[in-house]
Every structure is written in structure tokens, then in C-alpha cells.
Design a protein around this ligand. Structure first.
Ligand code: ADP
Ligand code: MG
Length: 695
């Protein structure tokens, strides 16, 4: 074999070849360097293996056992059950998904290493465990007694013959071939200052660790690199945004804003006032505002954003107010159109589904400058929408949009001010990562008179009892929400489930009461009517999918039942709950979960029941789910964190932020070491963007 280096194509590595190289390139591994940065998902060593007889519910364990039998059990939730046993007992492995493919791979007598959380539901079981054929593992695990890395796998990799054993072999070979040529882009004083492993040391120990402690040190170094790249990306975006001077100039806050505020049906809270003045302060500056307005659901962010919009209008500038759903955009428009008109301001509503003729009219009025504030969905991003003088961009529920969409709307003006809002309070560590390019205003207090929504969760078995309770509440004049999950992957099935349940509730459970149904597929007019009817009490019960999760405001409803609560994330549950208890009655949320419940699902539900504080909820959500899933970071156009874990690496986040900020600050006075680092990071960030994601 010829000389190999980090850039060598992977197919030339012995044992790879074109076919396997193809499978590897699909997960972003093209050259030797990519392969070395492909990290184990976990490690196995003999000391970590538990005898099946010693397993208890709620622990997470690795066991080794032989297949005793298997079967697909049909039912409401069909599943594959595989019994695995060792000389001390047996346990069931259960899959609800993807089992048709899996079923074939199990043969009686096969030896497997199995890892996962142990639960008890009629029997000891592991739902969706991680499995590894022992024939792939045993020589290393049993005979050499070393710590064995287990790499992430896909069926495609396996089909190309890239089993765990083969992955270990080629990675080991790559280390042998180029290990000596690895160099570090970090200056050695930086490595020493922060007590880091060097890059070669880290890569060696992450793949062939001598001890568990070494794995942690290696991981920490690689996390450092990852966060350094991330901070480079985030801070370059910031530099780009704030490096310009706005075309327009604001006058200090004038009459129109004051009249708008005094004309409100309520008094602003102190936090709202502070937020509004901070924002208007920003708008007066010569550089564009890039601010995040965050605060727990229901704290009243919308009105603060509108004050900014009125301020823009007073200065003859237009505002684009973008919301993630039609329902929400519509609500904003309906709530505010009249109040704005009374102050002499014109607003409009624009959807993708707006009829073409009507749309053209609105688009023309936006272009002519006739409309001051346009509310809408991502339809605002479309090309025919051209502003005369776009001065302010407001993005509601910003985590629903990507960085690119934000950028596109901003691009419709000449350096407009930007205000993004998020009802999911973001833990500080994550805010720094995701919104490192934004300044942050937080509304901490709630409007007066709000009582926290009482929450409890029950399993499906409690439904009959719950219905009796709900009937007594309905008799007292309460109104109810029933929420059903809706996820993209299983949208059709989910919609069907919500519709079936709607029919059942209407016909069988609450025949005396009027029940309505809304979800994303219901036509706009009928949806509007249903929500209006629910708002004014003609409907007593509203069945909805998660379309109502974001922002919808129906003060009269005080009780919410969340069905299949185990399928929701913690922050999402909290968002949903925020829909009730906004009127004068205290809110009540009942989460109904369908067993079997994973350990995480139970933790989520317990936390949901225990805390009503959005920040606390967000912090534990981050811990339970990890930052990747917390927001679906990919939505933000930011690279997914593979190594760093923000719940333990927040110190590294601060350190890397300082380093990059320092390098940027030096700008032209940068020494060659600094220049090299920036060059390396820039190349890295660009190649990452092109790379396909894993999984
Ligand atoms: P969010 O911050 O979740 O977007 P909204 O802006 O939708 O919250 O406000 C929630 C509800 O609180 C709305 O009905 C709004 O009119 C009301 N509200 C906002 N500010 C106040 C206030 N200072 N006093 C009383 N009610 C308020
Ligand atoms: Mg809102």
C-alpha cells in the first residue's frame, strides 16, 4: 500500500475498497481523518457486564446471553419479543419499531451483548436495547480483556460488511498508518493551560483506551475542538451582522408608542416595560439590533414585540412579523389589527394558502409601503414579498425556524433590526451556543393574577375515573382541551387517532357537550370558526393536535388533558400546559401516559408534575434529552454536537468562546499561531457544512 495520510481516500485503506467506502461516505466518512473522528458510541469491558439474575428494574445494564426464543406479538402495539438467557436467568428484549428486519437476524443459540434500561412490565424487559453479536466482540472482550469501543451502526453499514469488528479493525489500521503524522493545530501553551490531551493522544485514547479515565480526557479534548468550531461559526455570524451601519435613524420614543401603551387593556409588567425600552434603545443605535426576547410561556412577549413594531411605524419603517403556524399568525393579527388601526397603523395577514388575487393585493401594498405591519408565516419569505422600507423583523417561536430562514427575512431589508422570540426559555449554556450571535432580554415575571397550573400524570388505566371528574368540572362550566401528539413521521396515523378520539369523546364520553376538533389539516375557515366557538364558550371541549402548542391564547379554557404524554418532550409538555390557566380560573393539566414507559419518559412526567418553572423544566429537559434533541439543533443550521455535552462541558463553552472572541478582537495584529488556528477552523467549519449528517 502506498503512503497514507489524513487526506487519503478511505477506499485505499486495506479491507475497505470501493463498496464499503461508498457506505462510509454516506455517513460522512470520506478520508482517514473523518474515520479517526468517527467516535465510539460506548465502550464495553468485562467489568461492566451484569448477570441477568442480578438485574433490577430502573437500572441500565449490559448483559451477555443466548437467544432462547423469539416471536412477533400482534396487538394494539405489535412488537418483537426476544428472550435472552444466561446461567442465572432470562429477560425479554422488546422492539415496537423496525422489528421486521430485526426479527430475521436472531437465531436460537446466538450470543449477544445487550445494553439498555431495564424496566418491569409483567416481566423484566429492555425496550429497544442496543445489541451487538458476540462473535464480533468475543475475541477482544473475552480474550484480551481490553476496553472495546462500540461504534454507531446502521443497517446499511452492516449490509456492506462493516460490522462492529470490521469497524474496529479499520480504525485501528488507520491509527497505525497515520498515527505518527498527526499534529495539533492548538498551540502547546493553550493545551497546557487548559490541561488538555494533545490531538494525537486524544484520538488514540478515544479508540483504544487504556482506562475509563483516559476516555474522559480524550472526550474532553475532542469536545473542546468541537466547541471551538461552534464558537468560531457563531461569532463569525455575529461579526458579520454587527459590522454594518444601519441606513435609517430612529427618533427617541415618541407619542405614538406612548399612546399605544396607555391604550392597552392592561398595565405592562415591570419586566415588559424594561424589555420594551431595552429594545427601543437598541433600535436607536447605529448598528442593527439582533436580540432574543425570551420568557416563559404566557409572560406576554407579543405586546412587547408590538411596541417595537409601533415604534418602527412611527419612524416610517415597516415590520415583518413571522410566526411558525397559520393559527398563530392569525391570532396575532386578529388580536391586534383593530388596536393598531385605532392608532392609524395598517396591518395585514399573509399565508401560503391566501388566495392568489388577495395575495397580490397584499404584496402590492407591502411594496408600496401602504402596510406598516405584516403578520404571516414563512410565506413572508417568498420572493414577491418586497418591502418599501423594512426596518424591523420579528420572529415568533424562533426555534421553529432555521438560521437561514431568519437570514432570508432579514435580507428583505437593508440591515433591519431583528427581534426573535422564544417561549421555551433557554438554559444559559445553550443560549450561548445557539444564540451566541444574539443579545438576550428575559421576561421573568408573569402578568399579575396568574396561578401556576396544577399538574399530575396518570397511566391510561385512570381514564374512566378521569372522565367522571371531568364531567363534574364541565357541569361547573369549565372548558377542556384534549391534546393528541402529532409527529411528522407518523402524521397520517396520528391524525387518524386524533379524529377517532374526537368521535369517541363526542359520541360516547361527553354526549351532552359540544365538542370541536382542530388540527393542521382542517380548513382555515372551519378552524377559525371552531376556535372562535371555543373561545366564546359555544364549544365546551376542544380536541386538538399539537398545532395549538405554540402561542395560542384561549383564556376561558382551564383544563387540559394531554394524551400519550410519554411521546412529548418535557419542554413541549410545558408549552402545552401554558395554554390553560390564563383566565381567572387556575389551570389544571392532566397527562395520560400509555405504558410501557421508558425510564426517561417517567422522569420527564415526574418533572412535569413537580415543576412549573419554565427555566427549571428547560434545564432538566436538556439533561434528559441532550442538547441535540432539545431543540433539534439541526433546525438552527448549527452543526450537531457529537462529542460535547453541554450539561457537563459548559466550562469549555466559556473557554472556547473567550479564545475565539480574543482571536477576532486582535484582528490585524494576530500572530501566525492565531492566524493558523483561524485558518484551520474556517476550513473545518466549511467542510462540516458540506458533510452529510450521521443518523
Ligand atoms: P407569550 O409570551 O407566551 O407569547 P402572550 O404574548 O401570548 O404570551 O401573552 C399571553 C396573554 O397574556 C395574552 O392574553 C396577553 O394579552 C396577556 N398579557 C400580556 N401582558 C399582560 C399584562 N401585563 N397584564 C395582563 N395580561 C397580559
Ligand atoms: Mg407567544
Amino acid at each position: 500500500m502506498s503512503e497514507m495520510n489524513l487526506e487519503s481516500e478511505i477506499q485505499y485503506l486495506k479491507g475497505v475498497g470501493p463498496k464499503r467506502a461508498d457506505a462510509l461516505s454516506r455517513i460522512g466518512i470520506n478520508n482517514i481523518s473523518d474515520l479517526l473522528h468517527f467516535l465510539p458510541r460506548r465502550y464495553l469491558d468485562r467489568s461492566m457486564i451484569t448477570k441477568i439474575g442480578h438485574l433490577k428494574a430502573n437500572m441500565t445494564a449490559t448483559i451477555i446471553g443466548r437467544v432462547l426464543g423469539k416471536g412477533i406479538l400482534k396487538g394494539r402495539r405489535s412488537r418483537l419479543e426476544v428472550m435472552i438467557g444466561d446461567d442465572t436467568g432470562y429477560i425479554a428484549l422488546i422492539w415496537f419499531e423496525g422489528y421486521k428486519y430485526l426479527e430475521k437476524q436472531f437465531n436460537k443459540g446466538d450470543l449477544y451483548a445487550v445494553t439498555g434500561p431495564i424496566t418491569y412490565f409483567q416481566q423484566l424487559q429492555i425496550v429497544h436495547p442496543e445489541i451487538e453479536r458476540m462473535e464480533d466482540l468475543d475475541s477482544e472482550l473475552i480474550h484480551t480483556g481490553r476496553i472495546v469501543p462500540v461504534y454507531p451502526s446502521t443497517s446499511e453499514l452492516k449490509q456492506a460488511g462493516l460490522t462492529g469488528r470490521v469497524m474496529r479493525r479499520i480504525i485501528n489500521l488507520a491509527l497505525e498508518k497515520v498515527g505518527g503524522k498527526l499534529t495539533d493545530y492548538l498551540p502547546s501553551n493553550m493545551i497546557m493551560d487548559h490541561k488538555l490531551y494533545s490531538l494525537p493522544q486524544a484520538l488514540n485514547q478515544i479508540h483504544y483506551p487504556e482506562s475509563m479515565d483516559n476516555i474522559e480526557s480524550a472526550r474532553r479534548r475532542l469536545a473542546f475542538d468541537e466547541l471551538l468550531e461552534l464558537q468560531y461559526l457563531v461569532l463569525s455570524v455575529r461579526k458579520y451582522h454587527t459590522g454594518v451601519i444601519k441606513k435609517h435613524k430612529y427618533h427617541p420614543s415618541g407619542d405614538m408608542v406612548k399612546r399605544f401603551i396607555t391604550g392597552l387593556p392592561f398595565q405592562l409588567t415591570l419586566d415588559q416595560q424594561k424589555a420594551a425600552y431595552q429594545i427601543m434603545d437598541d433600535m436607536q443605535r447605529e448598528r442593527p439590533m439582533h436580540r432574543l426576547l425570551q420568557g416563559d410561556v404566557g409572560c406576554g412577549k407579543t405586546v412587547v414585540a408590538l411596541i417595537a413594531a409601533v415604534y418602527a411605524a412611527e419612524n416610517k419603517l415597516q415590520t415583518a412579523f413571522m410566526a411558525p403556524t397559520e393559527l398563530l399568525a392569525e391570532q396575532h393579527y386578529t388580536n391586534w389589527e383593530l388596536k393598531l388601526r385605532q392608532k392609524g397603523l395598517t396591518s395585514a395577514l399573509l399565508f401560503g394558502s391566501t388566495a392568489t388575487a388577495e395575495r397580490r393585493i397584499i404584496e402590492n401594498r407591502i411594496t408600496s409601503g401602504d402596510i406598516d405591519i405584516v403578520f404571516g408565516t414563512h410565506a413572508l419569505l417568498s420572493d414577491p414579498v418586497q418591502f418599501k422600507r423594512l426596518g424591523l423583523v420579528i420572529i415568533d417561536e424562533q426555534h421553529r425556524f432555521g438560521v437561514l430562514q431568519r437570514g432570508k427575512l432579514i435580507g428583505k431589508g437593508e440591515h433591519p433590526d431583528t427581534l426573535v422570540m422564544s417561549a421555551t426559555p433557554i438554559p444559559r449554556t445553550l443560549a450561548l451556543t445557539l444564540y451566541g450571535d444574539l443579545d438576550i432580554t428575559t421576561i421573568k415575571s408573569m402578568p399579575p393574577g396568574r396561578k401556576p397550573t396544577k399538574t399530575f400524570w396518570r397511566t391510561a388505566a385512570s381514564r374512566p375515573e378521569m372522565y367522571i371528574f371531568l364531567k363534574s368540572k364541565l357541569e361547573q362550566g369549565d372548558q377542556l382541551f384534549f391534546i393528541y401528539p402529532l409527529v411528522e413521521k407518523s402524521e397520517k396515523l396520528d391524525l387518524k387517532a386524533a379524529e377517532d378520539e374526537y368521535k369517541r369523546l363526542k359520541a360516547e364520553i361527553f354526549p351532552e357537550y359540544k365538542v370541536g376538533l382542530v388540527h393542521g389539516r382542517v380548513k382555515k375557515e372551519s378552524r377559525e370558526k371552531t376556535i372562535r366557538d371555543f373561545k366564546n364558550g359555544r364549544l365546551k371541549i376542544l380536541v386538538a393536535t399539537t398545532v395549538i402548542e405554540v402561542g395560542i391564547d384561549i383564556p376561558a379554557a382551564s383544563i387540559m388533558v394531554i394524551e400519550h404524554a410519554e411521546r412529548f418532550g418535557l419542554s413541549q409538555l410545558h408549552q402545552l400546559r401554558g395554554r390553560v390557566g390564563r383566565g381567572n380560573k387556575p389551570g389544571l393539566a392532566i397527562a395520560i401516559a400509555e405504558p410501557p414507559l421508558s425510564e426517561h419518559a417517567e422522569q420527564r412526567l415526574n418533572m412535569f408534575q413537580a415543576s412549573s418553572n419554565g427555566f427549571e423544566i428547560a434545564e432538566s429537559d436538556l439533561k434528559l434529552r441532550g442538547p441535540g434533541e432539545f431543540f433539534g439543533t439541526k433546525q438552527h443550521g448549527l452543526p450537531e454536537l457529537k462529542v460535547a455535552d453541554l450539561s457537563i462541558d459548559s466550562d469549555l463553552l466559556q473557554i472556547t468562546r473567550k479564545i475565539i472572541a480574543g482571536l477576532f478582537a486582535k484582528d490585524k495584529n494576530l500572530d501566525s499561531v492565531g492566524k493558523n488556528m483561524l485558518k484551520y477552523l474556517s476550513a473545518k467549519v466549511h467542510s462540516r457544512r458540506k458533510m452529510t449528517r450521521f443518523g
